[in-house]
Design a protein. Sequence first.
Length: 284
Amino acid sequence: MKITRVGVLGGGLMGSGIAEVCAKSGYETVVREVSDELAAKGVSRIESSLAKAVDRSKLAAADRDAARGRLSATTKVEDLAACDLIIEAVVENLEAKKELFRELDRVCRETAIFCSNTSSLTITELSATTSRADRFAGLHFFNPVPVMKLVEVVRTIATSEETIATVVDFAKSLGKDPILARDNSGFIVNRLLVPYLLDAVRALEEGVGTKEDIDKGMELGCGHPMGPLKLLDFVGLDTTYAIAEIMFAEYREKRFAPPPLLKRMVLAGRHGRKSGRGFYEYGS
């Protein structure tokens, strides 16, 4: 199947990044948000990212203009009806995602492929709300999307081989390096990463070391570019907490259970870089 027009549900950090790489790669790209204000904010975020790429000589001005010309925004799900492939990147809430896919299933052509950028929910449960389980897959990008090369392509027991081949080729066309994952909560990366991050919180909670020494130990001792507590601040403590809750509900294993310290920090509004304070403090 030839992909020419891509729809992106959500213009937040992940959605705008996905839309940017699609537009830069030659695809007509439509971003859907719930309000005009959020749609404009998402487009502004993309324009700012494209401008920075030009300033850093990573993108020609003509290519920036061409990418911007392929990009449009809307508040109507119906405006995605002509898309060949749709990528959902809204809040990590099962019911919100299900409702969107029900709407899309009613308005989109039968051949359209649906993908979710979820990092923890199972693709099978999302696809069950549609009439196209064979044309439904996970397409999990990593933040920041324009920079990170990896994409997880997630196959359910119902996803067709043709769909997987199309989605893999599409990911490669974006300049990404896809890996195939089975449809388990967390897929490959978060199934391994989340317990590691939670263990770092437990280590701090239990006084194993200071936050600085825990991070330095993993950076210098294991060659990690960023220590686990710094990484948690970057990802978002609230985001990690929500993912851990979903994964614990799926597996019922202690290693996926969010530690009390993480829960208290989220309740206190210490969400990391985006709130100005997490395990570390950040200037405005």
